[in-house]
Ligand binder design. Structure first.
Ligand code: THU
Length: 132
């Protein structure tokens, strides 16, 4: 999907807002994500950590799993925000999960709190990703 600069900034604002819901007593690193579903649904997520560190869930996967749970089948866009110097770089696991549900022309927006952002395709974010 094609997003205008105005739409991108609106979704970055939403991601910055939901980022405040992150539960991060261990890393103190908050991340917010907004998913735009193929049915027009816009679903938000934040990272949720656990005392058993490995059970922590990234913001991207929180948003994606919530969207799928609410009936979204494919993801047309995802916007991710964190407090990083440049646009945030999603972890490898989330890249693979995004790929599972991405439309062919998904728009991926990576941003920071200054609203510096980078727009990427799936292939740019995860070249040669795993497929069965
Ligand atoms: N985190 C995300 O939410 N998304 C990413 O793409 C990378 C990492 C979270 C996981 C953990 O709660 C914190 O950031 C520090 O790794």
């Amino acid at each position: 999907m094609k997003l205008t600069r105005e739409e991108i900034l609106k979704y970055i604002d939403m991601a910055i807002e939901v980022r405040e819901n992150a539960y991060t007593p261990y890393s103190m690193f908050k991340v917010g994500a907004v998913v735009i579903g193929d049915n027009g649904n816009v679903v938000r997520g934040a990272n949720i950590e656990n005392a058993s560190y490995g059970l922590s869930n990234c913001a991207e996967r929180s948003a994606i799993f919530s969207a799928l749970s609410q009936g979204v089948k494919k993801i047309e866009g995802i916007v991710v925000v964190a407090d990083t110097t440049g646009p945030v770089s999603p972890c490898g696991a989330c890249r693979q999960v995004i790929k599972e549900f991405a439309t062919d022309d998904i728009t991926i927006v990576l941003a920071n709190l200054n609203k510096d952002y980078k727009v990427m395709t799936m292939e740019e974010l995860l070249p040669y990703g795993f497929e069965l």
